[in-house]
Design a protein around this ligand. Structure first.
Ligand code: F6R
Length: 608
């Protein structure tokens, strides 16, 4: 993960670098640092923890210089301490890095044997030393970089600054994204368009294996074989304004409450409200009509959106779905051919495992579709067909509105697939679309249960463990509820298919175990209620999330009930996601954890 930035500016660059890092903090917030050239000499400031610590440091001890690099870190190698914070210096070289250098141990041994003294436990400090050793042997900066880059195994986006070279930045990318920003007499490097958004909208994305030599007047780009290459300049539409929380205490609260609106935007992009049909532009490239199976790959919450859609594709389109988490899929060597279609789901569009899986499928000839929120992301750029979620920027680390918007797009794709495969009648499609169109209004009504959910936070905060149960499309939602609770409140939680409970996990049930049962009154409601009774009989403290009819028919086993409006099956997993998110949110707020930036996490997971 980590975010990197480099600036060749007209005046002092440290404040510009900090401004860019604020936008990159979604990539990690374990430490941050800036290095500049003050009259040709490398100087730096680094601070542990959030960026505001670095800002305070820079207020007390500003950095001069019109050339600099900066970094916000998600720790991989070495604890989040100042010595491990980037930029790393070695002699005349400073470097910032996003990614993992896999052969760093070998490189460490080599440079220690050469007499270097290492300050950090990181995988990148040896690289700075290797470049410095090459400079000591009389190489120019670009010769030194050309010599060292082929020796690095793993994934990286790098930005180098050199002592005495006030008009030079060198960047390189392999596996992790890096872009060049073009200014007027100024030039920039950054992890993505968001990092560059305060400076310019003229962006060149480096391609895999590229490296670049940047000065204030121009940029040269080389491919992995050191051949000069041209890469197109694009206009970025990423807004430069920093997102604010509005009247909300946290981004997450704002994003939960934005869902009725952004679901409306996303649904209206993919459904025709007049004809009540799914109308997904570009879906023909997914070849639904003759497809034997659809492969879906994603991570975390995005994977759970995919898991919900498996039920939809199989039920409404009779299309078998093979779904896996990307970190497993990428190494499974799944047989694929040009007859296959692979669908990837990612909010950020930068998740390393999802991207690697996409590349695997592409290399095997499959048609590639991607559901992404960030339109200019790497996954969006590498997919054959992009279906954007219109969720707007999601800043809270825990995904909320991106998840429900992913579901909205997936529902459209499933219905379109059903129609194209001739298994979904026009009438049934109209009924289902009519139900889906109601989602924004149902989501708004669902938010009115917030006060009752807030009351659950205090008792839940005392628990060490929690269980979430659901069946069919509510099973992935149970997994999502447990994931959200874990990441925000640090309470251990598990999601289970309700019917699976008696095959093991029921042994965990006692009077200290909160059990959330997600059970709208649907065709299998009674089955879930039976599982609920089994929990109640063993003293489990049940919170039932259901509708009025479900509440009336639940017996007296639940200690609390959250009542949502009535809704159809296809709509339920989208709308029921909201109370599930609110439970985790309010518990975290009650416990005083860092809701928008939970410990150890980052919004964009660009390392595997
Ligand atoms: C959980 C969460 C993560 C992400 C996962 C994938 O709340 O946000 O599990 O869903 O890291 O990220 P994207 O969607 O950016 O690929």
């Amino acid at each position: 993960m980590c975010g990197i930035v480099g600036v060749l500016g007209k005046s002092e660059v440290a404040p510009l670098i900090v401004d860019s890092l604020k936008r990159l903090e979604y990539r990690g917030y374990d430490s941050a640092g800036v290095a500049t050239l003050d009259q040709g000499k490398l100087v730096r400031r680094r601070a542990e923890g959030k960026l505001r610590n670095l800002e305070t440091l820079l207020e007390n001890a500003p950095l001069a210089g019109s050339a600099g690099i900066g970094h916000t870190r998600w720790a991989t190698h070495g604890a989040p301490t100042v010595p491990n914070a980037h930029p790393h210096l070695a002699g005349r070289v400073a470097v910032v890095h996003n990614g993992i250098i896999e052969n760093y141990l070998e490189l460490r041994e080599e440079i220690v044997a050469a007499g270097a003294i290492l300050e950090s436990e990181t995988d990148i400090e040896p690289v700075a030393h290797l470049v410095n050793l090459a400079l000591d042997r009389g190489k120019t900066p670009r010769e030194a970089i050309a010599e060292v880059l082929p020796r690095l195994k793993g994934a990286f986006a790098l930005a180098f600054l050199f002592e005495g070279e006030d008009d030079l930045l060198i960047g390189a990318r392999k596996g992790s994204p890096l872009a060049v920003g073009h200014g007027d007499g100024e030039m920039f490097l950054g992890s993505d368009a968001i990092a560059l958004s305060p400076f310019t909208d003229r962006i060149t994305y480096l391609e895999e294996g590229d490296w670049t030599v940047v000065s204030r007047t121009g940029v040269e780009i080389f491919d992995k074989d050191n051949r000069p290459v041209e890469r197109a300049e694009a206009r970025s539409s990423v807004t430069s304004s920093l997102m604010d929380k509005g009247n909300y205490k946290h981004f997450m609260a704002k994003e939960i409450h934005e869902q009725p609106q952004v679901l409306g935007h996303t649904l209206s992009r993919y459904f025709d409200y007049t004809t009540k049909t799914a109308r997904v532009a570009g879906a023909e490239g997914l070849k639904f009509k003759d497809l034997q199976r659809l492969t879906i790959t994603a991570c975390g919450t995005a994977y759970l959106a995919g898991l919900v859609s498996k039920y939809w594709f199989e039920k409404y389109a009779r299309l078998p779905v093979e779904i896996d988490i990307a970190s497993e899929f990428r190494y499974r060597e799944t047989p694929l051919s040009e007859k296959d279609t692979a669908l990837f789901i990612s909010q950020s569009g930068e998740t390393a495992d999802t991207l690697a899986s996409l590349r695997y499928c592409k290399a095997h000839g499959a048609a590639i579709g991607a559901i992404v929120n960030v339109a200019e992301s790497t996954i969006a750029r590498e997919a054959d067909m992009v279906f954007q979620t219109i969720a707007g920027p999601e800043i809270g680390v825990a995904s909320t509105k991106a998840f429900t918007c992913q579901l909205a797009v997936l529902a459209a794709l499933a219905l379109q697939a059903g129609r194209e495969r001739g298994v979904l009648s026009a009438e049934r499609e109209r009924e289902l679309v009519a139900e889906l169109i109601e989602v924004p209004s149902l989501a708004l009504q669902a938010l009115s249960c917030e006060a009752s959910i807030e009351k659950l936070a205090q008792p839940l905060s005392k628990a060490s463990n929690a269980l979430y149960l659901g069946r069919a499309t509510n099973f992935p939602l149970a997994l999502e509820g447990a994931l959200k609770l874990k990441e925000l409140s640090y309470i251990h939680a598990e999601g289970y298919a309700a019917g699976e409970l008696k095959h093991g996990p029921i042994a965990l049930i006692d009077e200290n175990m909160p059990v959330f049962v997600i059970a709208p009154h649907d065709a299998i409601y009674e089955k879930t209620v039976s599982n609920m009774q089994e929990v109640a009989a063993r003293g489990g403290r049940i919170v039932l999330i259901t509708d009025a009819r479900g509440a009336a028919e639940s017996g007296s086993s639940a200690v609390s009930t959250v009542i949502l409006p009535d809704m159809s099956d296809i709509v339920a997993p989208i709308v029921y996601a909201l109370p599930v998110q609110l439970i985790a949110y309010h518990t975290a707020v009650f416990m005083g954890t860092d809701v928008d930036q939970p410990r150890n996490l980052a919004k964009s997971v660009t390392v595997e």
